[in-house]
Structure formats: C-alpha cells, structure tokens
Design a protein around this ligand. Structure first.
Ligand code: HEM
Length: 412
C-alpha cells in the first residue's frame, strides 16, 4: 500500500495550485493558493488531483458568467461537487443537481416554504428557540459553541421545517454529516456506509411521509411536497434525494455560519465592538459573516459543449469547480480588506456564498433569518463569545466549516 501511494506521488507531484486538497481546509491554509490563482490564473486547469483533472474558477466575474449559462454548464451531467458519480453507486437525484426543465418544477414546489411571509411566520418560533438555547449556556466556563449553539439551533430549525419528531432531531445532524462530506466517498467501504445511512434516512422520512399522506395540508415541507404536482409523483430515490438536499442544504451551511459568527468576530475584535455598539448593523453583519465564511467552498459544473471562459478553452465533459470561497475574497469586488470581517461593508450582500442564477440558494432568507436572530438575541443579553482555543475544522473542500469551537461567554 505504502509503495502504491509513493508511486502515485512520484508519477504526479502535488500541484501547489490544487485547491481540492483536504489538508488546506483542515489546516486553514487555503488563502495563499487561492490568492495566487486569482492573480495569475483565475481559470486554471489542474491536471492531477484526488478528483481527477478539473478547472478551478476562482474570481467573481467568471463564476457569475458560468452560472448564468445553465444550458452550457450543467449541474446534472456530473453532479455538484468535484467528486464524480461512480457508476455502481445508486444515484439519489436532487433538484440542485438537475437541469431545466425538471429543476424548475421541483424548485417551485419547495420555494413557497421560504417566502418573506413564511419567514415572518417562523420568526417568533426561531426567536423563542434561540433564546432558550442561549439561556442554557454556562457563563465563564469553556464549552463547544458548535455543539451547544450552532448544531442545536440549525437542527431544531430543520425539525420545525419538516415537522420532525423533536426528541430524535439529532438524527438530522448525523445524516447531514454523512451526506455532506465528500471525503467520505473516497473508499468503497465508506461509500457503502454512507449509502446505508442515506437509505436509513430515506426510510425514516418515508414513515413521516406515509403518516401525512391523505391528510389535510400542513405548513411543513413534507406536506408541501405531498400536495404538489412536481414532487408527489417522484420515485423513491428522487424523494430521498430531495429530502437529503433540504437537510444538508439547511444544516451544515447555517451551522457553519453560526460558528463563523463566533469565531470570525473574535478574530476581528474591532468589528465585534462596532457591532456591539450599534446593533442596527446586524443585518449587514449577517451577510458579511456569510461572505467571510462561505460555508460551501464550491459548486461544480460540467461543460456540455466546447466553450471558452476568460480565454481558456473548456471542452465538453470538462468539470469546473466554482470556488465561491475565493470569489468572496476577490479584491476587485470587495476591496483590499476582502479577507477581513467588516460589519459595515457596503457591498457585503453581493457575496456569492449562496451561488448565482437559477440554482441560487432557495433557503437563503431562512439562513439569514436564523443567523440574524442569533446575533440579536446575543445583543439583548450583551453576550460576547471569546474563543479559547483554535477550532477543529472540517477537512474537505466542499463544506467549509468547524467541527468544534471551544469558547467562553462573557458580558460586555
Ligand atoms: C442551493 C449555499 C442555507 C436549501 C444552494 C447553493 C449554495 C447554497 C451555494 C447552490 C447555488 C448554485 O448552484 O448556484 C447555502 C448557504 C447557506 C444555505 C451558504 C447558509 C448560510 C440553506 C437553507 C436551506 C437551503 C437554510 C433550506 C432549508 C438549498 C436548496 C438548494 C440550495 C434546496 C438548491 C437550489 C436549486 O438548485 O435551485 N445553497 N445554503 N440552503 N440550498 Fe442553500
């Protein structure tokens, strides 16, 4: 085995601009290679990586251009992460990984769950849950912010959205972690285990679905899906796929934004004091924190025809990683201090963390609402989160976030 690894390494020395390497994220060392890519090769072909050859798109403009051409750059042909589908895998189609016209109908089904009026309806619930979680935290004692706050709040929110049994809500976290970690599909054994958990998740939701069948419509997502044309006739794989999409979409991402709110503001204490002094900046700070964190580092597209992007010839079948993480640090858009958190950044909302175009995150408002309510409730309690040790980070190039974050809270 050791010889095999050495042989591979000898055949292909590591490309320092291969930004798909998990260790860059585990060790928080992705900033420099992306800065080099943005400066020297914003559309760069990486020949050798764990995921095979791929194009890295690392600046703002070409990402917007590519996402504006969904008929040329497909989400369906090869999926939405750098990891390819494996022929022997059972596919679980999700509308994030479908092209038009299927995407349009399925997205339309869940979109009503995220309208501004639905957000208003949910605000009181979210606020009450957030207050409860914050009021249980110990003052002046070290605890894990990820577990006690970020996971607890996002999982509770999903349980409400799905009308999921409350006592079992951590199952959502478990399934989401397995579904969202692309490092977990690198060996056949891990792929097998992952699939097993996804089916377990599917079977559980099938039970919830059956219980709501032939019942009057309720304002949760399962009921909404049952009562819609586009979703109600899906085959079981498609049904499971779309549920998993909503769980992962809503879980890891919002969780890591909440962890970033604690970690990032501690890293930029002047921004924190400015926010503490002026809570009217919270709305903008939410966008800024999501920009700075970028909880999904990339989405992938596959070219359907030969085409050109910024002078580079992309061949039909080539895969492209759209690095939102890097575009959100693009100085030509966000200025020289793009790497910093600036709670009054005038164009924080222009970030690409939610993507762009027809697939732009359908849950963006809900995510912003949850992070905003968290910051508001912290402000009401004059709660400051002090990081006491470096976080443990997710070792992957897709979900960009934290496994644990030791903190202490104090009053300001
Ligand atoms: C799509 C990020 C929260 C559900 C996406 C995309 C990104 C993203 C990058 C793909 C965009 C593209 O391909 O152009 C985020 C971030 C979040 C967040 C950073 C939190 C800060 C949520 C929440 C939900 C959700 C709370 C639902 C509960 C979805 C769904 C899609 C999606 C269903 C697929 C949309 C489509 O293909 O049309 N999200 N998301 N997301 N997200 Fe989110």
């Amino acid at each position: 085995m050791a010889t095999m690894v050495q042989d591979v390494a000898a055949a292909h020395p590591v490309d320092p601009l291969d930004v798909s390497r998990a260790e860059l994220y585990a060790e928080d060392r992705w900033q420099q290679p992306f800065a080099t890519l943005r400066e020297t090769a914003p559309v760069y072909r990486c020949e050798h990586s764990d995921y095979g050859p791929y194009w890295s798109v690392s600046t703002y403009k070409p990402i917007v251009e590519i996402e504006s051409l969904p008929d040329v750059f497909s989400s369906e042909a090869g999926g939405i992460t750098l990891a390819d589908f494996i022929e022997s895998d059972v596919r679980m189609p999700m509308f994030i990984a479908r092209d038009r016209p299927v995407h349009t109908g399925q997205r339309r089904t869940v979109a009503p769950a995220f309208t501004p009026s639905e957000m208003t309806r949910m605000t009181a619930d979210i606020r009450a849950r957030t207050a409860e979680v914050l009021d249980e935290l110990p003052w002046g004692e070290t605890f894990d912010w990820v577990d006690r706050v970020s996971i607890e709040l996002t999982t509770g929110m999903l349980a409400i959205l799905f009308d999921f049994p409350w006592a079992e809500r951590r199952k959502l976290t478990f399934w989401s972690d397995w579904a969202g970690d692309i490092e977990l599909i690198k060996t056949p054994e891990l792929r097998r285990q992952r699939l097993e958990h996804m089916f377990e998740c599917g079977a559980y939701f099938q039970g919830l679905w059956n219980a709501k069948l032939n019942q009057p419509q309720t304002p949760d997502l399962i009921s909404m899906m049952i009562h819609s044309d586009a979703m109600s006739h899906m085959d079981p794989h498609e049904f499971i796929g779309n549920l998993i999409l909503l769980i992962v979409g809503g879980n890891d991402t919002t969780r890591n934004s909440m962890s970033a709110a604690a970690y990032g503001l501690d890293l930029f204490p002047d921004a924190r004091v400015q926010l503490e002094d002026d809570p009217s900046l919270i709305g903008n700070a939410v966008s800024e924190i999501i920009r700075w964190q970028t909880p999904l580092a990339h989405m992938r597209r596959t070219a359907l025809v030969d085409t050109e992007v910024m002078g580079q010839l992309i061949r039909a079948g080539d895969k492209l990683a759209l690095w939102y993480l890097s575009a959100n640090r693009d100085r030509s858009v966000f200025g020289e201090d793009a790497d910093a958190i600036r709670v009054d950044r005038p164009n924080a909302r222009r970030h690409l963390a939610f993507g762009h175009g027809i697939h732009r995150c359908v849950g963006a408002r809900l995510a912003e609402l949850q992070v905003g309510v968290l910051l508001e409730e912290m402000a009401k309690r004059r709660m400051r989160v002090n990081v006491v040790a470096e976080p443990e980070r997710v070792a992957a190039c897709f979900v960009h976030g934290y496994r644990s974050l030791p903190v202490e809270i104090s009053r300001y």
